[in-house]
Each structure stands twice: as structure tokens, then as C-alpha cells.
Write a protein that binds this ligand. Structure first.
Ligand code: NIG
Ligand code: FE
Length: 439
């Protein structure tokens, strides 16, 4: 039986027009009903049908509803005047943390930089201390609470990094917490090991890198939860050679490479990502034209995090340079205690308003291209037939209103694998239980 029919939508964004091409700038025409010009396949007056959690039809309402009548579906959603997007994919978060660093937010307003705060004993190490002192169940609840907010803003898949443990035991504990939250929460999680987030206090850099390579990575691989290995390649944190040792050790143990590259200073992380064939290189605020070309040639997905530039008052990454070079630019939130942004909608607004991305480019960046940044090539981030039915109904008449209506959550309904998990902005399902209002 048909599980779900969403019908009479003003617009349904299906996905990139040409899934094989980089940024989808290719404007080759598709057959079928009413399509937008440009990089995104959009259906107008549209409907979508779901069976077994998967999109089985998407197109004009008349056509889809003839084959899948809403009245005989288990569930019908009338999307008259509304817009349906693939669920947002957030390819870069540090969503698992504990403690309170709101004082750093205030310190930054008073003029302190992220680096100054870090040098004065603030930043990542504060969260590390808090995470080490927090029990597993509380950490699972912390993560689920962040995921509730992300889901209420339309995120249905998220990468989550460890990196606030900085020792084998706590790093493995964090990864296990991510695994448990994934089981409990509708948002699908992609776990990344990031023991190389910062050098812990009282340890010398090389010694710590050796610990990550010889102890942490083998233990994480043995545990079998993490899919990626990430490193903060930055002046005063891990240099290029150290980052190389870590990422190569990760790859040897079956962990795909990601890298925080050229965030504050350009030290060669992007070139390293290209050389190693990393899945993504993230941040890239200080990347040069040479870096852009190297990443494009190597097929590394540039993952830009405008909410970080916003939160830390840094210059934004040069998104146009990547797009003009044909790169599949992905967008992420970088949710963490120094960038307290859960909303993918706010991220796409920043991408449009501050990085000159078009609404189509930004929405692709937060859906299909974000899926590429976490190596999901199964249709995640699209609503093509055969893709998981992860979608969001926005109470706006066109997709471009999602970034246009900056800072406002217009999400009405969120569907994960064919099941309604947020309704009129209120969570109705978490772990199968009927919940109260979303936070
Ligand atoms: O991606 N750059 C390093 N890591 C995070 C910040 C984490 C934190 O401040 O807790 C980032 O910006
Ligand atoms: Fe990060």
C-alpha cells in the first residue's frame, strides 16, 4: 500500500538536473513535466508518492495522483501553495558536546578572536573537559536535543564528529554515543572520528599525533562505528605533515578522509586533501585559486560553512571561485559550541546573502552536494524515484523563499523514510513515542 502521498505542492525540488555533473551547472534538458531552467530539477503543481520509505513517483499532481490516489494512501499531505525540498543533509557538525561556552560568544562580541580565546585556555579544551565528565546517557540525550532542533529546521541526515575526547577511551565513547543517538533519533547520523581536533593540554604535538595514529585510530577501527577520519589542519594545531600521518593511518584502517583545511590560515590542507583524494575539504576560508583547482581536479567536495564565518566574524569562503571552477559546493552548519547554528535554512540564507550563491546553488549545496560530501551516492539529498523519502514541506510558495526568508523557520512537515516526524513545526515522533512541542 502507498504509505504517503504529498500532493498539490506549488513546487517540489527533485534534485540536481544532472546527477553525474559537478555542480549541476549543466543545463541539459530533461524530459518530463514542468521543469525549471538551470541546475535544479523542479516540478510545479506537483506530487510525490512513497512506498516502503522510498519515493516511487514524483511529477505533476494529476499524473502522480492518478496512479497513487491520496485517498487510498495511509497518509496524505495537502501541500497546496507550499514547497517540498529534499531533507537537508548537514555534512559537518560537532553536534555532540557538553558544558556551556556562551561566555565565548560574549567575549567575541567584546572583540576577542577565536584564536585568542583558544590561547587563553578557552575553546575546544573546555568542551573536552565537560565531555570527559559527562556520562554516556546524558551525552546521548545532549546529542538528541541538538538533533531535535536540526530536524525541526528540516535536517534529516547529519554527519557528527567526535573530537571532544582526545583520548582513546573518550573518543570511542563519543563514537558509541553517536551510534546510540542514531538508533534513537529519526535523523540519520554519519560518525566521524576526530581525535586530531586539538592537542590536549600537557601533551606535546608529535607525541599526541603518535597516540592518535598508533592507539586511537586502531581502537576506533576495531570499534567499527566511525566512517570518516578528520583532522584540524591549522597553524598552531596540526601541521600538514602531522595531518598527513593521521589521515593516511585512518585510510589504512578503512576510515575515509575529511579535513578542516585553510580555515584561518593557508598552510596546505587543501593540497593535502587533493593529494590523498579526501572525500571533502571543509571551511576553506583562506583557500587560493590554486587550491580550488587542485580540489576540483581531485574530485574532493569543497564543504563551505558560512555560519562559522558569521559566528567568528571571519571573511566568508569564496564560493563563486569554487562554483565557477565546476565544484559541487556543499554547505554545512559546523554546529559546535562556538558556532551555535542548527538551522540549514539559515546556512543557505548566509550562502546566498554573503557568498553570492544562487538559491538553487545553495539548496543543492545543503542537499545533494552535502550528500556527496559524506559519500552518500544513493539518492540521499534528492527526491528522485528510488531515493529515501526524506523531505520537508515549507510553508512558502517557491523554493527560493527558503533562503530569502532569512532567519525564519518555515518548516511545516518533515518526513523521514516516509514517516512524518515533524508536523506543523511540532515533533510528533522520537523513538516511536509521541512527543510534545519541539524546542
Ligand atoms: O570546525 N575548527 C575546529 N573545530 C570546530 C570548532 C570546534 C569548537 O570550537 O568547539 C570548527 O570550527
Ligand atoms: Fe568543524
Amino acid at each position: 500500500m502507498t504509505e504517503l502521498v504529498v500532493h498539490d505542492a506549488a513546487e517540489i525540488v527533485v534534485g540536481p538536473r544532472d546527477t553525474g555533473s559537478g555542480n549541476g551547472n549543466d543545463s541539459s534538458s530533461n524530459t518530463g513535466s514542468d521543469k525549471d531552467t538551470g541546475s535544479v530539477q523542479t516540478e510545479r503543481d506537483a506530487a510525490l508518492a512513497v512506498e516502503d520509505g522510498v519515493v516511487v513517483a514524483v511529477g505533476g499532481t494529476d499524473e502522480v495522483c492518478r496512479e497513487y490516489p491520496p485517498e487510498s494512501a495511509e497518509r496524505a499531505v495537502d501541500a497546496t501553495g507550499k514547497t517540498v525540498l529534499p531533507g537537508f543533509v548537514d555534512p559537518h557538525t560537532h553536534a555532540l558536546f557538553a558544558g556551556d561556552r556562551s561566555d565565548e560568544f560574549v567575549a567575541r562580541i567584546e572583540g576577542k578572536t577565536y584564536t585568542e580565546i583558544m590561547e587563553a585556555g578557552g575553546g575546544i579544551v573546555v568542551t573536552v573537559e565537560a565531555v570527559r565528565e559527562t556520562g554516556d546517557e546524558e551525552l546521548v540525550e545532549n546529542l538528541c536535543a541538538q538533533l531535535d532542533v536540526m530536524l525541526a529546521h528540516g535536517t534529516t541526515t547529519a554527519e557528527v564528529k567526535s573530537g571532544y575526547g582526545l583520548d582513546t577511551e573518550t573518543e570511542c565513547r563519543m563514537l558509541d554515543v553517536i551510534r546510540r543517538a542514531d538508533e534513537r533519533h529519526p535523523v540519520d547520523l554519519v560518525p566521524t572520528f576526530m581525535g586530531a581536533h586539538v592537542v590536549p593540554e600537557g601533551v606535546e604535538g608529535e607525541e599526541y599525533v603518535t597516540n592518535v595514529v598508533e592507539e586511537q585510530i586502531p581502537a576506533v577501527a576495531e570499534q567499527g562505528v566511525a566512517e570518516f577520519c578528520d583532522v584540524f589542519c591549522e597553524e598552531g594545531v596540526f601541521d600538514v605533515e602531522q595531518s598527513r600521518r593521521i589521515l593516511e593511518a585512518g585510510v589504512e584502517h578503512g576510515l575515509k578522509a575529511k579535513i578542516h583545511a585553510e580555515e584561518f590560515s593557508r598552510i596546505g590542507g587543501a593540497q593535502l586533501a587533493a593529494e590523498l583524494g579526501a572525500v571533502s575539504a571543509d571551511h576553506l576560508l583562506a583557500a587560493t585559486a590554486e587550491d580550488v583547482n587542485a580540489l576540483v581536479d581531485a574530485g574532493v567536495v569543497p564543504t563551505l560553512l558560512p555560519a562559522t564565518a558569521f559566528s567568528l566574524d571571519e571573511p566568508y569562503a569564496d564560493a563563486r571561485r569554487f562554483l565557477d571552477a565546476g565544484a559541487p559546493v556543499a554547505l554545512g552548519s559546523d554546529l559546535n559550541p562556538s558556532c551555535f547554528v542548527h538551522s540549514a535554512g539559515f546556512v543557505v540564507s548566509l550562502a546566498c546573502f554573503r557568498m553570492n550563491m544562487s538559491p538553487e546553488e545553495a539548496l543543492l549545496g545543503a542537499t545533494a552536494n552535502a550528500a556527496r560530501a559524506i559519500d552518500r551516492t544513493d539518492g540521499t539529498g534528492t527526491l528522485q524515484t528510488g531515493a529515501a523519502a526524506d523531505l520537508t514541506v515549507f510553508d512558502v510558495p517557491r523554493a527560493r523563499y527558503v533562503p530569502y526568508n532569512a532567519g525564519t523557520n518555515r518548516v511545516e512537515t518533515v518526513v523521514k523514510d516516509g514517516t512524518v516526524v515533524v508536523e506543523t513545526g511540532h515533533s510528533v515522533q522520537r523513538d516511536g513515542h509521541t512527543g510534545g512541542e519541539s524546542p
